[in-house]
Design a protein around this ligand. Structure first.
Ligand SMILES: [Fe+2]
Length: 387
């Protein structure tokens, strides 16, 4: 048994926790804050509320609300330029994974020269950034506790992460009340992203007793609560459980990495604009079916954690396969797109070669995958997912 443990900074969890953002910002040493968010949260006045909390705590505050659903290097660079111009000493990421990823990247770009593209890779960031505080409004990405910012380079369509410990957020404020307005489809898709983090961390070659603990807790909670949260967004117990599950999924992924499903999802986002959660939800049953015999105990245990008791009399390979069935059923119940055809994004078998090549290029998740992956395997999975 040998492993390392990664944890982000402080996490404050609870209903109404966001009211203490000002206090947290001051503790972080901030006096000039940039709130990084998206146009929807500006429209909904959530950004305004955050700005007010920070201003009342005495911070000079600006809002950068240009983050797109699949965030780009270019937008990140614009945000960083703005933060440098204003002399910001604190960055607040408000929103889903996209806003938080851009915020984390902007945090280090304030002190590191040049474009975000320079730092896509592992461990390329030179200097520590300014302090960052994450305020998620979805329950899924776990970005609030990971050291990754995934960005698309518009110039060549490459989607890849800045992976560096300097991106670990200093503080995260998890307030389930901020998630109650999330529409059902987003609740379902981001929840499935959290589930994919947990399952891929659980079956990763890098899994450790530490990451397992978080992955198991995340899967049990998601199995129990994702349908409830999707059907009734106002159910605060379900919202709290999902937010906690997403946090746990994030800790699991920060420690054990993700697998082939994430690698296969990235090009769907980069080339066809499919949102990360939707792409993962669609692919995870197929990836689980492809992988399950490479780690049957883990997949069988995952099915059980998701709420399907195991019949120990059944042979292990069948119990492992059950995990793929359970995931398929979940996607169906949540009314998410179940095939590439359902996406209506113009994806045809002619694209599989390019998609597979790009997926194989997402090397770290591919290396973590319990079953070794080839380009042909990728094509096959896309093909199975077609209809
Ligand atoms: Fe993810």
């Amino acid at each position: 048994m040998a492993f390392e443990m990664f944890m982000a900074g402080r996490v404050r969890f609870g209903r109404g926790a966001v009211e203490r953002l000002g206090e947290t910002a001051k503790k972080a040493g901030g006096s000039r804050a940039l709130v990084v968010t998206d146009p929807v949260l500006r429209e909904m006045k959530t950004a305004e509320r955050i700005e007010k909390i920070l201003s009342e705590a005495g911070l000079e505050t600006w809002v950068f609300a240009d983050v797109e659903p699949e965030p780009s290097v270019e937008t990140t660079d614009a945000g960083a330029e703005f933060a440098r111009e204003k002399g910001c000493d604190l960055v607040v990421g408000l929103g889903g994974g996209s806003s938080m990823d851009v915020a984390k990247a902007v945090g280090v770009l304030v002190t590191n020269e040049g474009s975000a593209a320079r730092y896509q890779g592992l461990g390329l960031v030179e200097k520590a950034g300014v302090p960052t505080i994450m305020v998620p409004t979805t329950a899924g990405t776990g970005s609030e506790v990971t050291f990754t910012a995934v960005l698309i380079r518009k110039s060549d369509g490459f989607k890849g992460g800045i992976n560096d410990e300097k991106l670990f957020p200093d503080y995260s404020i998890l307030d389930p009340e901020l998630t109650v307005t999330m529409p059902p489809r987003v609740t379902a898709a981001t929840g499935m992203d959290a589930l994919t983090h947990a399952l891929e961390a659980y079956t990763s070659r890098q899994a450790s007793p530490f990451s397992d603990m978080f992955a198991e807790e995340a899967m049990a909670r998601i199995g129990r609560w994702i349908r409830v949260a999707t059907q009734n967004g106002r159910d605060l117990e379900a919202r709290s459980e999902m937010m906690l599950a997403a946090l746990y999924g994030g800790v699991a992924l920060a420690n054990a990495g993700v697998g082939a499903c994430h690698a296969l999802s990235y090009p769907l986002g980069a080339l066809f604009g499919i949102s990360h959660g939707v792409a993962n939800a669609l692919l995870i049953p197929f990836v689980a079916r492809h992988n399950c015999q490479a780690s049957p105990e883990r997949y069988a245990a995952a099915a059980e954690l998701l709420g399907y008791p195991q019949d120990e009399e059944e042979p292990l390979p069948l119990r492992a396969e059950l995990c793929a069935d359970v995931l398929e059923e979940l996607v169906f119940d949540l009314d998410l797109p179940a095939t590439l055809e359902d996406l209506d994004a113009g994806i045809t078998p002619d694209h599989f070669g390019e998609l597979a090549k790009k997926a194989m290029g997402v090397s770290r998740p591919m290396e973590n995958n319990p079953r070794e992956m080839t380009e042909t395997d990728c094509v096959n999975i896309y093909r199975e997912a077609m209809e």
